[in-house]
Design a protein around this ligand. Structure first.
Ligand SMILES: [Zn+2]
Length: 512
């Protein structure tokens, strides 16, 4: 998947903007707020970022979120969004204040029931000062009320919120929540979430997980839709699809609910969308054999509207697909890709955005494995053809999949050379070890984060092989590597595998 904003954001200088305050002034000792601040820990401001090497101000320090309750009201006619988000968190240090990442206009913030003061800083920081200092390990209930027009809330001319003719899509990576709920916006702070949205009756709302209750009629000819995610996820894995959708429910072979949704705007692309997304349960079943138990509570996919996004995203339990994937007929390869991300990216997330290969290299290699399974070309044949397809002097070989740079997180090389790197690792360790390493990785870091170094260490431990050279050559060295093994040099002018066109078509939309 891709985004447009990150390079611009990474280059911005963060400056403190004007101060807005609300609610009661700070008071020294309010009752009923849990433990008092310990004398030994002087309250300090939580950091404005988590120190990500590409996006240092993404996320915030000093607390850890356990759950988001996002309660919204949306007007498709005007794109006006009003909301109350309740954040359940725990402080990880004594705090004098802390930050949330958010862009819309905030009306009020309360911390454990008490009105807090707040101000804006930088591009997306909401700085919250509680009426009294917060102790380490204190439970925090943070309630933020807000409103805005997300499609008109621009950062460097960009919004991650896509307004469509019949509604909206909140689907983007790495920044998406900024436009619809305040959060600790980095994969290192995972949480569960409840999302409910009131819309005019007749409009559908689709999101992650399961529906804890049926859509509920409200006054004024409105309906409130509720969705629940019960397994921890990163903020960018939360999504909203609001508009005219045909929602199809079923049960997967493993007994889980399958909830698919098809925009009614797709016209003659709709059959191809259905012929692809309806294979989700089959594909997840196959991926479970390779990658280990499916990590989430539901399955599905959303075929977004014709005027929506130009990419697809591995939103948790239910990827969202742009209409471009169905232009030339069904394409199960993108469904394989986005559902492989449920393990590689969603359940096991990057600890730092520089490690994007752990997401995109693996999801891309899953496509090659699917091709092999379907008899449409082996992973070796796809490797050979990809290798030959990019001439040695191509710009492609200058990007390091293991550290592509903040402005190349979704470069095509992260996908294609990323898959080639995994194939070389497979050749180095052998199939037996390789297909033990993948489920071991997803088990070890389930609902957590991983680094490339940790993956290498695990692969070396399981295979008993020193993998320094293959990791360095394929992930961290510019230039087209020489092929040194007979197996990797199977053809000088390889034939085009049957799956190539579908894989290429998917990657042209997924990568930049
Ligand atoms: Zn991807």
């Amino acid at each position: 998947m891709r985004r447009v904003l990150t390079a611009a954001i990474a280059a911005l200088t963060v400056t403190t903007a004007g101060t807005v305050t609300t609610g009661a002034p700070g008071q020294a000792a309010l009752p009923g707020q849990g433990r008092p601040a310990s004398a030994s820990a002087t309250p300090r401001p939580g950091s404005a970022g988590l120190g990500d090497s590409y996006f240092p101000d993404y996320g915030n320090g000093g607390y850890d979120v356990g759950h988001y309750d996002v309660r919204l009201r949306y007007e498709p006619a005007t794109d006006r969004l009003t909301g109350t988000t309740t954040i359940l968190a725990k402080s990880t240090q004594a705090l004098s204040r802390f930050n949330l990442d958010f862009l819309l206009d905030v009306q009020s913030v309360r911390v454990n029931g008490w009105p807090a003061t707040f101000n804006r800083a930088g591009v997306h920081e909401l700085v919250v000062t509680a009426p009294r200092p917060i102790a380490k390990d204190q439970q925090l209930t943070i309630v933020v009320k807000y409103a805005g027009v997300p499609s008109e809330t621009l950062v460097n001319g960009y919004t991650g919120w896509t307004r469509t003719a019949d509604g909206a899509l909140a689907v983007n990576e790495p920044e998406s929540a900024w436009w619809w709920f305040p959060s600790n916006d980095h994969p290192k702070d995972k949480a569960t979430w409840d999302i409910s949205v009131s819309v005019p009756t007749g409009v559908e709302v689709v999101s992650n997980g399961v529906q804890p209750r049926d859509p509920l009629p409200e006054a004024g000819d409105r309906t409130r839709w509720s969705w629940r995610s019960t397994r921890p996820g990163a903020t960018y894995q939360a999504f909203l699809a609001i508009g005219q959708y045909d929602i199809v429910t079923d049960t997967a072979p493993n007994g889980q609910p399958v909830i698919n949704a098809y925009s009614t705007t797709l016209g003659d692309r709709e059959p191809a969308a259905r012929a692809s997304i309806e294979r989700t349960a089959e594909i997840v079943d196959w991926e479970t054999v390779l990658f280990g138990p499916y990590p989430f509570e539901a399955q599905g996919g959303v075929a977004g509207p014709i005027d929506g996004i130009g990419f697809a995203l591995e939103t948790q339990t239910r990827p969202v697909y742009g209409p471009g994937f169905w232009r030339r007929g069904a394409n199960p390869y993108v469904v394989v890709h986005e559902n492989a991300h449920q393990w590689f990216g969603d359940s096991v997330s990057v600890a730092d955005w520089s490690a994007i290969w752990l997401n995109e290299g693996f999801a891309s290699y899953a496509e090659w494995l699917w091709s092999e399974e379907q008899g449409e070309g082996t992973a070796q044949e796809l490797f050979d053809f990809t290798y030959a397809d990019y001439p040695a002097d191509s710009e492609f070989w200058r990007v390091l999949p293991g550290d592509p740079g903040a402005d190349r997180v979704f470069d095509g090389a992260v996908y294609d050379r990323g898959a080639m790197a995994l194939h070389q690792i497979r050749l180095a360790v052998g199939d037996k070890a390789f297909f033990r390493i993948l489920p071991a990785w997803t088990a070890r870091h389930r609902y957590g984060n991983g680094t490339i170094g940790q993956f290498r260490a695990l692969a070396e431990r399981i295979s008993g092989k020193d993998l320094a050279e293959v990791f360095t050559t394929w992930l961290f060295t510019a230039g087209r590597p020489e092929l040194t093994t007979a197996a990797a040099r199977s053809a000088a002018a390889p034939a085009q595998p049957k799956s190539w066109a579908k894989v290429r078509a998917a990657h042209q939309l997924l990568a930049r």
